[in-house]
Design a protein around this ligand. Sequence first.
Ligand code: F6P
Length: 326
Amino acid sequence: MAEIKTIGILTSGGDAPGMNAAIRSVTRAAIFNDLKVKGIYRGYRGLIDDEIVEFKTQNVSNIIQQGGTILKTARCAEFMTVEGRQLAYDILRRHQIDALVVIGGDGSLTGARVFANEFNFPIIGLPGTIDNDLYGTDSTIGYDTALNTIMDCVDKIRDTATSHERLFFIEVMGRNAGFLALNGAIASGAEAAIIPEISTEVDQLAELIQNGFRKSKNSSIVLVAESPITGGAMGMAERVKKEFPRYDVRVTILGHLQRGGSPTAHDRILASRMGAAAIDALMEDQRNVMIGIKNDDIVYVPFSKAIKNDKPINRELLNTLRRLSI
Ligand code: F6P
């Protein structure tokens, strides 16, 4: 295989806390291995627009603690076209970039996979998303920070929920996955999580109502995963207002605050390990794999597996939540 001398690095899709720690790690591990590093701004959009700057170790100083991404990010429709990808390839050639490290979620790695196959171009992916919905990794970069943010918010809402004896539906992100809702519910001691993964199996709201929410408590908190499948927190609240008007219902949508903030130690360490592993993977002639973590070991997950969109939820967690909310 052709020798890799210069790598490009970009962040794409929704930002996630820990992306900066990953950028830092990739950059420094690459320089440590005598590779040149070029930072590509604004994801695939910036690649097509030629927003590329050489990165030295100082470019990534003092960023490990920062949320967001210093490289900026974007969602780019043009990269979904053959013409857009050809432009991107031409720019990479012009900058003599021999391989890419792409940090992003499902959509970003799907784009990476198509591009890598089309141009036989080496790409290593890092799972950067708060959603934790990539197959083959126990955790994605940003997920732990978002979970902690959710936990802090729910702790606060609980104070007012208890004072007013209200039922709160709190909507959390996750796109079509319920990891944030399920683990957020366990961490914050919520009564239930309504998640898309089991929406087709049971009417989760009916189940909750049948159980009288939490009979022994005078307030209830239910986390709802955003998704057309669950109907979101608004959908749940509307149903309760119609079918069970005796409940005093309120809705909180946590929204983008879940994406911000300084990354937790867990995410910084994960991002640092994964970033260095991306360079190891390239040195070992690995191509078109996502770096994952399984039982605390770094693993290489082929893009085709990582993005196949059916990372299962852990049923044991669901059972735990059910048992603890009696
Ligand atoms: O994929 C990360 C994520 O935050 C999802 O949880 C959410 O559905 C989506 O991005 C929101 O995207 P945007 O920031 O483009 O509104």
